[in-house]
Design a protein around this ligand. Structure first.
Ligand code: MF3
Ligand code: CO
Length: 250
């Protein structure tokens, strides 16, 4: 395994990629309302990404057919946009997007409620975002990768949630997926030592019920095995010699 250390120039490009991706998410978040289709989100997202001079990194990645992964309710990740899938009041929707700017990737995901949802659903969304922040507290040079993983798992399980095991975060940079893997659950080993210039996609995927997931027949959409709701929150971050920097936030 080799974990790349980004140069100053590479970090600048990843900052710009992240800034653009944050804007894309902000705009997509604003368009969400009952009655729009998941394909509407993808179309708008792809157009916006290209308008910023970026390439949507998911499009055709291992054959994935869209630019934005749109995952509704019990769909965990990698939902395929579809014009017949119409958002309804009370749904939750996870949007995952990636951009390439001058050869450098940024990757980020957000989960939103459509209209009013119950307090237990709001809590799932909020805790999933907080899981990211619990993890990043440990994203400091000299710490080990497993410090991040353990913090995310501990926080999520405190609420009785299931931490998805079958998908993980990852290094990100010249490629969408680089070493190392960044699990949201503790490993037996402490993992690599974090160093300044490492860029990671930290992405807790948290189920209201059990952790188990299954793949649908489309070979992409991942759903919870027990049908419970699932939320996803992801940012691209930079390890520095001080506070970590979140690149995909404005
Ligand atoms: N954020 C996801 C990931 O890190 C997005 C990949 S979806 C794919 O793996 F379509 F590009 F595969
Ligand atoms: Co990712």
């Amino acid at each position: 395994m080799s974990v790349s250390i980004k140069s100053g120039r590479e970090i600048e490009l990843m900052r710009e990629a992240g800034r653009i991706l944050a804007k894309v998410h902000e705009e997509l978040g604003k368009m969400l309302k009952p009655g729009i289709s998941t394909l509407d989100i993808d179309r708008t997202g792809e157009r916006m990404i290209r308008s910023y001079g970026c390439i949507p990194s998911f499009k055709n990645y291992n054959g994935y057919p869209a630019s934005i992964c749109v995952s509704v309710n019990d769909e965990v990740v990698h939902g395929i946009p579809n014009k017949h899938r119409i958002l309804q009041e009370g749904d939750i929707v996870s949007l995952d997007a990636g951009v390439i700017y001058n050869g450098y990737h940024s990757d980020a995901a957000r989960t939103y409620a459509i209209g009013k949802v119950g307090p237990e659903v709001q809590q799932l969304i909020q805790v999933t975002r907080e899981c990211f922040y619990e993890g990043i507290k440990h994203a400091r040079a000299g710490n080990h990768l497993n410090d991040i993983s353990l913090a995310i798992q501990t926080y999520a399980e405190h609420f009785g949630y299931g931490v998805v095991r079958d998908l993980v975060g990852h290094g990100v940079g010249k490629a969408l997926h680089e070493d190392p893997e960044v699990p949201n659950f503790s490993q037996k080993r402490k993992g690599i030592r974090l160093r300044p210039g490492m860029t990671l996609a930290i992405e807790p995927m948290i189920n209201m019920g059990r952790a188990d997931v299954v793949w649908l027949d489309d070979n992409w959409t991942v759903v919870t095995d027990d049908g419970s709701l699932s939320a996803h929150y992801e940012n691209t971050i930079l390890i520095t010699d001080g506070e970590p920097e979140i690149l995909s936030l404005l």
